[in-house]
Design a protein around this ligand. Structure first.
Ligand code: FE2
Length: 165
């Protein structure tokens, strides 16, 4: 049944963004704790609160499809494991690295939610479309805030390293 395949695809997209949100929670917590630029840390903390809500909203949509809890847990654990590995490897010793990582991740999420939104639209799932729109607006706002901080964060890193001219 074509309609059923579409719903299966939609559930896969929902699982992917749920996993991404789990990853984001870990990354934002670590970033907020390690960033010595206070405005960057503040943007990360604010977005962490939004991100926890995103994870909840997506979990609700997954529940609507009776997506098995174990599948969801697996995806979440994979996301967390990947996040831990990434953070350990890249050891964000500067605010610059934290800002780059956060900026890149917001854009990954924006792309993911735009595609989820399209699939939900084609599946006729208006509730998921609405959730995707709501989350997209906050991801875009967070990306904009991070974008506005990049040069300042680079300056701050230079200052901190005593390189400022
Ligand atoms: Fe985000």
């Amino acid at each position: 049944v074509p309609g059923q395949d579409l719903n299966e695809q939609l559930v896969k997209y929902l699982e992917d963004v749920h996993s991404a949100e789990q990853h984001a929670i870990t990354q934002l917590e670590d970033g907020a704790n390690s960033a010595d630029d206070e405005s960057l840390a503040s943007v990360l903390r604010d977005h962490l609160i939004e991100t926890q809500e995103h994870a909840r909203l997506i979990a609700e949509r997954l529940d609507a499809y009776d997506s098995s809890a174990s599948t969801m847990k697996d995806a979440a654990q994979k996301g967390v494991a990947k996040a831990t590995g990434m953070v350990a490897k890249s050891a964000p010793d500067t605010s610059g690295k934290v800002a780059i990582q956060a900026f890149a991740f917001e854009h990954l999420e924006i792309a993911s939610y735009r595609m989820l939104r399209r699939v939900a639209e084609r599946a006729g799932d208006e509730q998921t479309v609405a959730v995707a729109d709501q989350i997209l607006a906050q991801e875009k706002a967070a990306a904009e805030k991070l974008s506005g901080l990049l040069e300042q964060v680079a300056d701050r890193d230079l200052e901190r390293q005593g390189v400022a001219a």
